[in-house]
Design a protein around this ligand. Structure first.
Ligand code: A2P
Length: 277
């Protein structure tokens, strides 16, 4: 339960976190965060785009949790990319969260416009202490290679859609070769694979649910993952994965479910860079 990953910048991040996408309304937020904290989740993942940073801030304030007990991630929305805008938007996010800093700040999606200006703003915000670590989300290899042509510091995390129907093995290898921690969003494939027979068979063998089998697969792959649920029993279940182990054969069987299936959108290409290769 206390699996901690060390990032390339030396900061530490819990391997498992709690996703806050679609946790809406103050009452739902309060209940979800209280239950998740109680169950031992310490990483909480929000975004400007989710429209719930204020509710997240209120929830932590009413729980009176010491700031350094939790690890908070937010993400800069596409409309806020660009040097000045990114910084102004993060100040606004911190105001809503009622925090002096976030632990991890991510560029939510790669877009060609302001690609480098946004990243320069991230490097500056880390220096200024608005965030402890900087990273990206939905970046594929090409985006990371493009970023490397101008970045002073590289992202320490790449948060991507990752689940048994979209295993992204080449990107996982690229990231680990470059000291970038891969973090899975929609680790359960938005629930689309929970009835998959291969997973059901493995789940029965271990006396666990298919959701637990998938999360255990992420854990054993060494990636970070942030399941979301608004149901208390599922919030508990999703972090009750530390008392069993999948065999190599089971891991391989799950890998074989890859179907290149995205539940979300395809990351945009950076044409300027593409032209050169
Ligand atoms: P709910 O919030 O109603 O529990 P992902 O994290 O891959 O995006 O998937 C989240 C989806 O899976 C949500 O719709 C969530 O619904 C559902 N979910 C989360 N945990 C479980 C679980 N342990 N069993 C079944 N469904 C789950």
């Amino acid at each position: 339960k206390d699996n901690i990953l060390t990032l390339a910048d030396g900061n530490r991040m819990p391997q498992e976190g709690f996703g806050l996408y679609k946790v809406d309304g103050q009452e739902m937020m309060d209940r979800a965060i209280a239950k998740a904290y109680d169950e031992g989740y310490r990483l909480f993942d929000t975004a400007q785009l989710y429209g719930n940073e204020q509710a997240v801030g209120n929830a932590f304030q009413s729980l009176a949790i010491p700031r350094d007990n939790i690890f908070v991630t937010t993400k800069v929305a596409e409309e806020n990319q660009g040097y000045e805008r990114a910084i102004a938007s993060v100040k606004e996010s911190l105001h809503k969260l009622k925090m002096d800093y976030v632990d991890l700040l991510l560029v939510h999606w790669p877009i060609e416009r302001s690609f480098f200006d946004t990243w320069r703003a991230f490097e500056a915000m880390k220096k200024e202490g608005l965030t402890k670590s900087i990273g990206v989300s939905n970046y594929q290899m090409i985006h990371l290679q493009y970023l490397a042509t101008q970045a002073t510091e590289m992202p320490v995390v790449d948060q991507i859609e990752l689940h048994p129907l979209l295993t992204q093995k080449p990107l996982l290898k690229f990231n680990s070769d470059h000291q970038i921690v891969t973090q899975a969003w929609s680790p359960l494939g938005r629930g689309a694979i929970l009835k998959e027979p291969v997973l059901q068979e493995i789940a029965v063998a271990h006396g666990k649910s298919t959701a637990q089998v998938i999360l255990r697969w992420h854990l054993q792959n060494g990636v970070s993952f942030i399941p979301k649920s608004i149901h208390e029993e599922r919030i508990a279940q999703n972090t009750d994965i530390y008392d069993f182990e999948l065999t190599d054969r089971e891991m391989t069987k799950i890998d074989a479910l890859n179907a290149y299936h995205r539940t979300g959108r395809e990351p945009e290409l950076v044409y300027e860079y593409n032209k050169q290769y």
